[in-house]
Design a protein around this ligand. Structure first.
Ligand SMILES: [Zn+2]
Ligand SMILES: [Zn+2]
Length: 138
C-alpha cells in the first residue's frame, strides 16, 4: 500500500493527505453512518490525527452525537471524516473519498447490530456487533 494516501470530496474543495497507512480499515453498518453518507454501508479507516492533513474552505463539521463530529464539504456534501471524543487522538476517513479506495481493503465489519437484513456478505472478516474496542464479535 502507498505510504502517502490522498483524497478529496466530490467537488475537490476539501482535500486530505495522510503520511502513513491506516491503523485499520472497516465497514460500518451503523445507522448514523448510513444517514450521514446516504449509503447502505460506510467504509472508513483510522489514522492518528497527527498523520492526517484535512483542509479546505468548504470543510464543515456536524455533531452527529455528543462528542462526535463528522466532517463534510458544504459545497458538494461529501462525507469525509469522523472524530469521537472517546478516541481523541484518532480520526477516521471515509474510504470512498480516497483516490485509491481499491487499496483500502477492510479488516472487519463494525456495528453489525444495525446491518440491513437484505445486505448479505460472503467474506470471512471479523464481525463486531458494535466496535473492536468493545470486542463483541458475532
Ligand atoms: Zn466538495
Ligand atoms: Zn458508523
Amino acid at each position: 500500500m502507498n505510504t502517502a494516501l490522498k483524497g478529496a470530496c466530490l467537488c475537490g474543495s476539501v482535500q486530505f493527505k495522510t503520511i502513513m497507512n491506516p491503523s485499520w480499515v472497516g465497514i460500518c453498518h451503523c445507522t448514523s453512518c448510513r444517514k450521514a453518507t446516504g449509503g447502505a454501508i460506510n467504509g472508513a479507516c483510522g489514522f492518528p490525527k497527527s498523520s492526517v492533513n484535512l483542509k479546505g474552505n468548504s470543510l464543515r463539521y456536524f455533531e452527529s452525537s455528543p462528542g462526535v463530529r463528522r466532517g463534510f464539504c458544504s459545497k458538494c456534501g461529501t462525507s469525509l471524516s469522523y472524530e469521537n471524543a472517546l478516541w481523541s487522538e484518532d480520526i477516521h476517513l471515509m474510504i470512498g473519498a480516497f483516490d485509491c479506495p481499491e487499496l483500502l481493503e477492510p479488516h472487519f465489519h463494525i456495528f453489525t447490530k444495525d446491518q440491513l437484513s437484505w445486505m448479505i456478505f460472503t467474506d470471512e472478516l471479523v464481525r463486531y456487533t458494535t466496535t473492536p474496542s468493545n470486542g463483541d464479535t458475532q
